[in-house]
Design a binder for this molecule. Structure first.
Ligand code: ZN
Length: 244
């Protein structure tokens, strides 16, 4: 095998390690990311419910004030009733008291309805508060639990990145570019061994270890001959090598 290919195989091993470390770091933090999103959502819901509760209280206050002023009106009419001079005046005041009483009863029904609404809103708000607090607590313990693991992974990733950079410097840039092109499509399988069947009985068959399509004997011969050019599978474009 050519030196370039040998070094590329070594680099590829480290690139696979790096790729797996990054994937592990991503899955380790995925639960934290999801919990953070949940906390944001629950807090927004909490704000919305607090706003509803506040406007509900304001509506109740208005209705109670209205009911109180109608009662004051009735009291005033009753006082005037005692001072009525004519029967007609007395009758008119009686009517006022009656209709104001009906209006007051209507408003009082509305007060009760608003109170029911507020009670429900307060319950919703309490539940939302508890849910947000619980999610925040879970997020904090998740972060604490994963902190050491994430830090260790980040250290391993930095080391793997340094190893990859060191190895890449020893590989001709043309070969590196070709490798990067293939790696962008095949990632961990950018390099594939040539599979050999029936060698030694004069009837050997060669195939690509990535896509299993047949390869010509010429590819195998070239790889054994230490040619410096990189050889790729004509079907899947993966870079081929011979397993020692
Ligand atoms: Zn192939």
């Amino acid at each position: 095998m050519s030196q370039t290919l040998e070094k590329l195989c070594e680099l590829h091993k480290h690139r696979v390690i790096l790729h797996r470390l990054k994937e592990k770091a991503r899955t380790t933090t995925v639960a934290i990311t999801a919990k953070k999103k949940l906390v944001v959502r629950l807090k927004a819901e909490l704000d919305r419910l607090a706003g509803t509760r506040k406007s509900g209280q304001a509506a109740l206050d208005r209705k109670e004030l209205e009911a109180r002023s109608l009662q004051e009106k009735i009291n005033k009419f009753r006082q005037q009733l005692n001072e009525a001079k004519t029967n007609k005046e007395y009758q008119a005041l009686q009517n006022e008291i009656k209709f104001t009483g009906i209006e007051k009863a209507r408003i009082e029904d509305q007060v009760l309805a608003e109170m029911d609404k507020i009670e429900k809103q307060a319950g919703d708000l309490d539940r939302a508060k508890a849910a947000a607090a619980q999610a925040e607590q879970e997020l904090a313990s998740l972060e604490a639990e994963k902190a050491a693991e994430v830090e260790a992974l980040q250290g391993d990733i930095r080391k793997a990145e340094r190893d990859c950079a060191d190895l890449a410097r020893e590989i001709p840039s043309e070969a590196m570019q070709q490798y990067d092109r293939v790696a962008s499509r095949h990632e961990e399988d950018a390099l594939c061994p040539v599979l050999v069947e029936g060698e030694g009985n004069g009837d050997a068959a060669y195939s690509c270890g990535g896509c299993y399509m047949r390869l010509t004997e010429n590819v195998y011969v070239k790889l054994r001959g230490n040619h410096d050019e990189l050889l790729t599978c004509p079907t899947c474009t993966r870079i081929l090598f011979l397993e020692p």
